[in-house]
Design a protein around this ligand. Structure first.
Ligand code: ATP
Ligand code: IP8
Length: 280
């Protein structure tokens, strides 16, 4: 399979006001689309964009407990099915907005919803819709996936985070780098709104997937996929399973560092967090 240059996660917290139902940050979306356009202009033609849900999806999923699905062995209730439909309507609305902005910046972007081709068993990915992503890339388009609902073999359905999707894509496509663009400058020693929180420039993953330094995290009450801690878990897996061959960078979408991180994989101290593999 031909290599991919960059897998980019546009965080739901960066693209939307995560606390206000279906509220887009239009300026941030424009900035994100301009970055993808520059990546293509710089010759990085094989890139994959994945975006989170932010305030498009998490509220509906939380309200209807879509992440828990139905108890094993019992049928899904009408309420659960309706909740799944409402969640999907919301995330696909954001996917349309993101794809539309990319196309208007000259990027040949095509939205791909994971629902249907990605499946889970007890919330773990059991089937990934890789072929569709590969075909779209090979045909010269930029696939734009998103966190979504998934049908689950054990519990009817669950929520599949964009972060989990990225972990699977990274192992299949082996990109030169994975970049997470979010609403804060990177990973902090503790939640960024906590007194004394400090941006961590570098996190090193040891041979048994331990993280140095360790960090403390928090999550919004309506976030159905675990917030920044899932992002860290994804980053740890990508770096350790590739034994450092795929670097992971996390920085703020609304920053000068974001463009450079995506284009070159370089970031200066104080600009974000680079996650790399322990070397003896
Ligand atoms: P989505 O899942 O909707 O795509 P996202 O990927 O943009 O969202 P979140 O999961 O919302 O990102 O994580 C980012 C948020 O995590 C930030 O707004 C920040 O306040 C919070 N956070 C909590 N603890 C930390 C930490 N130690 N370092 C960095 N951010 C943290
Ligand atoms: O925001 C969540 O995806 P994420 C998807 O990438 C839904 O974690 C449907 C809430």
């Amino acid at each position: 399979m031909a290599a991919v240059d960059c897998i980019l996660k546009l965080g739901g917290s960066a693209l939307t006001q995560k606390n206000q139902l279906e509220t887009l940050k239009a300026d941030s979306l424009q900035r994100a689309a301009a970055i993808v356009s520059k990546l293509r202009g710089a010759g990085e033609r094989r890139c994959i964009v994945v975006h989170g849900a932010g305030s498009f999806g998490h509220f509906q999923a939380k309200e209807n407990d879509v992440a828990s699905g139905a108890p094993a062995g019992s049928a899904a209730s009408d309420n659960l099915r309706r909740g799944l439909c409402l969640t999907r309507l919301s995330v696909t609305k954001l996917n349309h907005l993101v794809t539309e902005q990319l196309v208007s910046c000259g990027v040949p972007a095509v939205g791909i919803s994971p629902f249907g081709s990605w499946k889970t068993a007890c919330k773990n990915v059991s089937q990934a819709g890789i072929e569709a992503v590969k075909d779209v890339l090979d045909a010269g388009y930029v696939p734009v996936l998103h966190g979504d609902c998934a049908l689950d073999l054990e519990q009817h359905c669950c929520i599949l985070s964009g972060d989990t999707i990225i972990e699977v894509l990274a192992m299949k496509f082996f990109p030169r780098r994975v970049v997470f663009l979010t609403d804060v400058s990177g990973i902090y020693s503790c939640p960024p709104d906590t007194p004394g929180a400090q941006l961590v420039d570098s996190i090193v993953i040891g041979p048994d997937e331990n993280m140095e330094p360790p960090v403390l995290t928090s999550v919004l009450p309506h976030d159905t996929t675990g917030g920044v801690s899932l992002k860290l878990q994804t980053a740890v897996k990508i770096v350790s399973q590739s034994r450092g061959a795929i670097p992971v960078l996390i920085c703020k979408l609304d920053s000068e560092a974001a463009e450079r991180a995506c284009l070159t994989g370089e970031m200066n101290g104080g600009e974000g967090t680079k996650i790399s593999f322990f070397e003896r």
